[in-house]
Design a protein around this ligand. Structure first.
Ligand code: ZN
Length: 392
């Protein structure tokens, strides 16, 4: 046992901490919690001249007397603010980081990976089971009948006109095809958002009044036909009639019903994107959300599109705006599946600590296996184009 006295600096305050090295780091963290109210799992204790954080592996007998305590949450907040002050756009522009910050984030990433090795299963099944159904869904977007049904609902001339007006407003009266396509896609998004209806509880089929959730119902054959195997039931507050709300998975049906929640929005909108020839991905966020990405030749990269909000190219909308604690964000396209999580976070080390379904190597195995399967028989020329696009 070695009794030590530390001087711990946090913000503008200093705290004296007496501590027994046999107790381990966890006890030190609880002592600091009682002094600063920063929970142990949000503490980062910096102890070296080079600013390295103290970890379970650190030699608590040898470290210096003066320590600095940082709250991970405050740190993340500062980082977002400072990047906003740098006039950063929402695309993944790199944050200006000190070597110290960088070292700490690397350390946190290493720790998260170690934890993952320890707690995550090595079984591929759980991950594969989550992704596979969406691979089937995106293949529906290639069906000419579904595309034709979608196309019929779009006021194409009107959107063309609006795209040209938007370009003209920017002084571009003679747009290239690439520019035109990009602006048309945005108009398609805005139109879609207005033409689709969000439904929490549907109005009564009989009298149009408000309803309340009543439970689950058995799907009818006509509902199953369009992937509506989950049926929610709602009871009218006025006439007590039961209204069904089947959660259709087939975008052919959604083109007609034009209502639902984020799953229906993203599913149907991605069909529209494919209908107009955009390379598209359905984006599956494991914390219960879906959206779309299209490859913009105008930007030279994949672009985020949020059909529920009509927002685009705002990949930090979820983590920063909605304060989501993301873990896995997987892009699903007709020719492969990709882990795009890093596009949607500025806190990769924190995201990593929540990725416990399986290990990173197993995840990457599952994704590359499905991608290979989808690309079977492709020529090497096509493959190299796709692989180049994957990286953007
Ligand atoms: Zn009613």
């Amino acid at each position: 046992m070695v009794a030590r006295k530390f001087l711990v600096q946090h913000d503008d305050s200093n705290f004296d901490v007496e501590y027994d090295t046999d107790d381990g780091l966890e006890v030190l963290k609880f002592q600091l919690f009682s002094l600063t109210s920063i929970p142990p799992d949000e503490q980062k204790i910096l102890g070296g001249e080079d600013g390295r954080p103290i970890s379970d592996d650190s030699d608590l007998i040898a470290i210096i007397d003066k320590l600095r305590l940082v709250s991970i949450n405050e740190e993340a907040k500062e980082k977002v603010e400072s990047s906003a002050n740098h006039g950063g756009t929402t695309q993944n522009d790199d944050i200006v980081q000190s070597d110290e910050e960088f070292a700490r984030m690397l350390q946190a990433e290493e720790e998260a990976l170690l934890l993952q090795e320890f707690v995550a299963g090595k079984d591929k099944g759980a991950m594969e089971g989550k992704i596979r159904p969406y691979v089937d869904t995106v293949l529906l977007y290639e069906d000419p009948i579904r595309q034709e049904a979608a196309r019929k609902t779009v006021p194409v001339d009107e959107l063309e006109e609006k795209a040209l007006v938007a370009l003209a407003k920017e002084g571009n009266f003679n747009p290239s095809k690439t520019e035109h396509d990009h602006y048309f896609l945005l108009q398609l998004l805005f139109w879609f958002k207005e033409s689709f209806r969000w439904v929490d509880a549907p109005h009564c089929d009989g009298c149009g009044n408000k309803t309340v959730h009543q439970g689950k119902g058995d799907p009818l054959p006509s509902e199953i036909l369009y992937g509506g195997s989950r049926v929610e039931l709602y009871r009218c507050l006025f006439c007590s009639r039961i209204t069904r709300f089947p959660r259709y998975n087939d975008p052919l049906k959604l083109v007609e019903t034009r209502r639902g929640r984020c799953g229906e929005y993203a599913n149907c909108f991605t069909l529209y994107c494919r209908t107009f020839g955009y390379e598209s991905r359905l984006i599956l966020d494991f914390t219960d959300h879906l959206w779309t990405e299209c490859f913009s030749h105008f930007l030279g990269r994949w672009m985020h599109l949020e059909p529920c909000e009509g927002a685009y190219d705002k990949p930090l909308l979820y983590e920063k705006g909605w304060e989501k604690k993301l873990n896995y964000v997987i892009a699903i396209a007709r020719d492969g599946v990709y882990d795009v999580t890093k596009r949607y976070t500025r806190k990769w080390h924190e995201v990593l600590s929540r990725r416990n379904i399986t290990t990173e190597p197993v995840l990457s195995d599952v994704l590359s296996h499905i991608t290979k399967e989808r690309r079977k028989g492709f020529t090497s020329q096509v493959l190299s184009v796709l692989e180049d696009r994957d990286r953007k």
